[in-house]
Design a protein around this ligand. Structure first.
Ligand SMILES: Nc1ncnc2c1ncn2[C@@H]1O[C@H](COP(=O)(O)OP(=O)(O)OP(=O)(O)O)[C@@H](O)[C@H]1O
Ligand SMILES: [Mg+2]
Length: 292
């Protein structure tokens, strides 16, 4: 399959501070790829190299196999951390301005206003945070990019606005497009991303699907079973931590055997609850610190 992005041994220093310390990444066309990391991890620096032409020291960056250029810039739509809309211009004027700038078809303006339910005559500075973010997204989509790059798009948005944003991102992906999203919200990465690169201190410390990452750090699910429990002959590999709860690697495979062993020993089971490890648990294990 075609790689939308390949990054090899990318390094960037500001003065004496090395903020990207050899980043390697591969993003497949058509996937949502999350850069997950705490403040200062280097997410924005990496994104700005891709989307803004920020300089770097060494390494290689390829967009659909091509080195960064004006041509690859046109393949990317970028929603920066801060809004790029002009406060004094209306929604429609902002979109027309950027359509001109990108040489994008002007009929996209009306279509995007309709699709995102934006108020065309309202000035950008009078929009709510969620509306302003949607305007930034509309601006990024005007020239019909193949890769959408978003830098912490849901910061400051309330839950309904965040869900609306996720819907938009998912519909973009359903169109076969690629999404690269920087975030420090676990929930966002878990909900949207096909693959996650965990960044910390200018490095990618782990990469894979959310499930891969959970397996990688060996976090099993925890099974809480309440009742008057007796068990003999628990399945192989199941550790009993005290009597309860049980921590197991593969719940779907192990749970029937555990229940059977409990029932056979005439336990009285009142409640069974399964607690999946979160990406947060994984992150803490990989980096020794929390995300927020
Ligand atoms: N223009 C700059 N000059 C000097 N240092 C910078 C500059 N921009 C970023 N840095 C430093 O580079 C490091 C990485 O910053 P970056 O903004 O890429 O992190 P981030 O992962 O996006 O963090 P956040 O979650 O806070 O947005 C930080 O230590 C930051 O202070
Ligand atoms: Mg940032």
């Amino acid at each position: 399959m075609m790689k939308a992005l390949i990054v090899r041994d990318l390094r960037k220093t500001y003065g004496k501070t090395e903020v990207l310390r050899g980043i390697d990444l591969e993003v497949e066309e058509g996937e949502v790829f999350a850069l997950l990391g705490p403040n200062g991890a280097g997410k924005t620096t990496l994104i700005r190299i891709l989307a803004e032409g920020l300089s770097y020291d060494t390494g290689e960056v390829l967009i659909f196999g091509m080195p960064l250029s004006k041509e690859t810039a046109r393949l990317m739509g970028y929603v920066p951390q801060e809004s790029i809309a002009y406060g004094a211009l209306t929604v429609e004027e902002n979109l027309r301005f950027y359509a001109d700038l990108y040489d994008a078809p002007a009929d996209g303006v009306g279509e995007l206003i309709g699709r995102f339910e934006l108020p065309p005559k309202k000035k950008a500075r009078e929009l709510s945070g969620g509306q302003l973010k949607k305007l930034s997204l509309a601006i990024a989509l005007l020239h019909e990019p193949k890769i959408l790059i978003l830098d912490e798009p849901s910061n400051g948005l309330d839950v309904p606005a965040r869900r609306e944003l996720w819907e938009i991102i998912e519909s973009f992906r359903r169109g076969g497009k690629t999404v690269i999203i920087a975030t420090h919200y676990m929930e966002e990465a878990e909900r949207l991303a096909d693959d996650v690169a965990v960044m910390n201190g200018g490095r990618v410390v782990a990469v894979g699907t959310v499930d891969d990452l959970k397996r990688l750090v060996g976090e099993g699910s925890i099974i809480h079973i309440e009742g008057r429990l007796r068990a003999e002959n628990l399945p192989d590999g199941v550790d009993v931590i005290g009597e309860n709860p049980l921590r197991v690697r593969d719940v779907r495979r192990e749970l029937p055997g555990i229940i059977e062993a409990l029932v056979r020993a005439e336990s009285e089971i009142r409640l069974v609850r399964i607690e999946e490890p979160t990406l947060e648990d994984v992150f803490v294990k990989l980096t020794g610190r929390g995300l927020e």
